[in-house]
Design a protein. Structure first.
Length: 195
């Protein structure tokens, strides 16, 4: 397999934070095309069953909403497939996200939150959220404690759930959250003319 390949499939989720349009790309397991009752197709989950892609993404967006205020809206998602590890992406289906707007408090422009995971084959998986909520001191979080970190726990548990088909770029299951880190994205700061 090519290093960091998105093969066999990935999903890109598009969102608007009020500061800019952004997207996040998430590797997934094997995708099957749309069928009756599955407008976004299905993905092979970690129980070797087919999971509805639209349900998977709408539910994922639901757990992301607390990380942005109501000025952030999730717009759409697109499924891409790859013929081989080295092949270019081929868009397959694009659908709107109907979950709605963010439900959290104010955010800092150009702030970045990164969830750093390990897969069960010791690969990496990163979830990057732009213009999102950060810790009060920009310090990393390595231990999640309820109720203070209930939103982070929900994201962790959703990505690692057997019933969905999220995967690392090594085609293995997301197994453990190492830490959540926060920073200011210098490229975005320049784009927003904050420097």
């Amino acid at each position: 397999m090519a290093p960091n390949s998105l093969f066999p499939a990935s999903i890109t989720i598009n969102y608007n934070t009020g500061f800019s349009l952004h997207k996040m790309t998430l590797p997934i397991k094997q995708w099957a095309g749309p069928s009756t009752g599955h407008d976004g197709g299905t993905v092979l989950n970690w129980m070797d069953a087919q999971a509805d892609v639209d349900d998977m993404i709408q539910g994922f967006v639901d757990v992301l909403l607390p990380f942005w205020p109501n000025t952030t809206t999730f717009l759409s998602y697109t499924v891409y497939t790859y013929a081989t590890e080295d092949s270019p992406a081929r868009p397959q289906v694009s659908l709107p996200v109907v979950t709605g707007a963010g439900s959290g408090g104010a955010t800092i422009p150009a702030a970045q939150a990164t969830f750093n995971f390990k897969t069960d084959l010791f690969g990496t998986f990163k979830l990057v959220m732009l213009d999102a909520k950060v810790s009060s001191d920009f310090g990393p979080i390595s231990a999640l404690v309820s109720p203070a970190n209930d939103n982070e726990i929900a994201v962790r548990d959703y990505l690692m759930a057997d019933e969905w088909g999220f995967s690392g770029r090594d085609n293995s299951q997301i197994a453990v959250l190492n830490k959540i880190t926060y920073t200011l994205n210098e490229k975005l700061r320049a784009e927003y003319r904050l420097d």
